[in-house]
Design a protein around this ligand. Structure first.
Ligand code: SF4
Length: 486
């Protein structure tokens, strides 16, 4: 998949008296590393105050033993971040911690709030000061200043105002809370760990800790965990719009989403693709790792043998070292290496999960040809991405999306240099996932958004306006100003 399509964040929380909650959170975040590699953070609480450690880089780079031992208490939350709002700066690393009239509050957020700008303005008018540029701090301040005598009333106020995607972990000195937006756009699950509780973006984090999966946090639900026990309430009516891309690409294949293990869902996507777009090919290759399961499914359905013709450097993570010219020319070879002995003279069905800007796809096709492939038949386990995501997935603007910019599948085929190109249909994708269509957000494939989004030219325009450079249109400044003032 294109490295230009990136997940926004992973969140984790634990309530476990007499346990090393900082260490548990570290390993929880370690399992969620695929959801964000820019920064990581942990906040802990001991009933009196909060403690916080954040830093830039991978989870294993941010924390050492000294950091973990400086995070005492019986509950903690953690976060791994890829920035979609706010720059990639240490100060924007989460959890964000704020002082409120009722004490400290820390919050970790996965998703994106589309009306954050107007909410920020409202809060500024009320005299609230902001330390960062993130929409996550807007949520934290909104929660801290929300009217109401109970958390139920405050959360209900907050959920009425927020528009967008949010799976949240929140920590005060006295409680751990987990909340999911009414769309349930991003995943969030609840588990048991010995006598305690854990919440996590994905079930794979529970598995790594030996925790027992209890259930998913429901859309619009808040789960509150204190020394008195667990309570849950619905702060807003659910209006399901789960991000279908979690099944296609974002989530780990060993996670369970909506009661379905992701790996076999990806195999089903590949099998459906083989039925919709058969290929005259000798071998099936998946772009590793995200398209491997789908390639196996395509192979089983078509009877064409699956071959690992591309090897991925599994240790490629995010680096803060800029590549020099020579490394830039090596390009995609840093990530993938083809096996010429397996490819020489073969007709290849190349399975990929999506095409975003097509930069990587074009290079992979050229790389296979250079390694000896006679024909390359590109097959995509999702429909063409024609509209940008406003809910936390960095796809750029519509005019940067190859399927939003070019005219039809054949133009895209020519652009990427493949012999044939086939995309899975929207209905085929839904059938393969095996859940009702109205449960999902499909906006990047259909242009129909589950909540109002701004008609702003920077995200939706087909071209950069005359005289303007596309780099002027950064996501951070593009946060829309649709109103939720009351
Ligand atoms: S627009 Fe696409 S990537 Fe964004 S939430 Fe919806 S389905 Fe997911």
């Amino acid at each position: 998949m294109s490295p230009t399509l990136r997940e926004a964040c992973g969140v984790f929380g634990v309530f476990a008296p007499n346990e090393d909650v900082a260490r548990i959170t570290f390993y929880g975040l370690y399992a969620l590393q695929h959801r964000g590699q820019e920064s990581a953070g942990i906040a802990s609480a001991n009933g009196r105050r909060l403690y916080l450690r954040t830093g830039m880089g991978l989870v294993s780079q941010v924390f050492d033993e000294e950091d973990l031992s400086s995070l005492p208490g019986h509950m903690a939350i953690g976060h791994t971040r890829y920035s979609t709002t706010g720059s990639s700066l240490a100060q924007n690393a989460q959890p964000c911690l704020i002082e409120t009239p009722n004490g400290e509050l820390a919050l970790g957020h996965n998703g994106n709030i589309v009306n954050a700008a107007v909410l920020r303005e409202d809060l500024l008018e009320q005299g609230v000061a902001f330390a960062t540029g993130t929409d996550s701090e807007v949520i934290a301040q909104l929660l801290a200043t929300a009217p109401g005598v109970s958390w139920e009333e405050r959360w209900s106020y907050v959920m009425r105002r927020l528009i967008g995607a949010y799976s949240l972990v929140v920590l005060t000195p006295h409680e751990l809370m987990a909340a999911r937006d009414p769309m349930g756009n991003r995943p969030l699950c609840l588990g048991r760990l010995d006598g305690g509780w854990v919440v996590a973006s994905e079930t794979c984090a529970l598995d790594h800790l030996g925790a027992e999966f209890v259930r998913e946090v429901e859309p619009g639900e808040v789960v509150r965990i204190t020394e008195e026990g667990v309570e849950s309430f619905h702060a807003a009516p659910r209006k399901d719009a789960f991000c279908i891309f979690e099944y296609i690409y974002f989530a780990r294949p060993d996670s369970v989403l909506g009661g379905k293990l992701v790996y076999p869902v990806r195999m089903a996507l590949g099998a459906q693709l083989a039925r919709e777009h058969p290929a005259d090919a000798d071998i099936v290759i998946g772009v590793p790792d995200s398209a491997t399961a789908a390639a196996v499914g395509y192979s089983q359905e078509s009877g064409i043998p699956f071959v690992e013709g591309l090897v991925k450097n599994r240790y490629v993570g995010r680096t803060f070292i800029q590549p020099d010219q020579r490394i830039r020319e090596v390009g995609v070879h840093l990530k993938y290496n083809p096996l010429p002995e397996l490819l020489e003279g073969r007709r290849v069905a190349l399975i990929e999960d999506s095409i975003v800007r097509a930069t990587t796809t074009t290079r992979v096709v050229a790389m296979l040809r250079k390694a000896g492939a006679r024909e390359v038949h590109m097959r995509i386990t999702s429909p063409p991405i024609i509209s940008p995501c406003f809910f936390g997935i960095d796809m750029g603007t519509r005019w940067e999306l190859i399927a939003g910019r070019l005219n039809g599948v054949d133009e895209i085929r020519q652009h990427i240099g493949a012999d044939t190109l086939g995309y899975l249909s929207v209905q085929g994708m839904i059938d393969a996932v095996g859940k009702p269509k109205d449960r999902f957000c499909l906006a990047c494939f259909t242009g129909n958004y589950p909540v109002p989004v701004p008609l702003q030219m920077d995200k939706l325009a087909l071209e950069a306006p005359p005289g303007r450079d596309r780099h002027e249109f950064e996501w951070t400044d593009a946060v829309p100003s649709i109103g939720t003032r009351t």
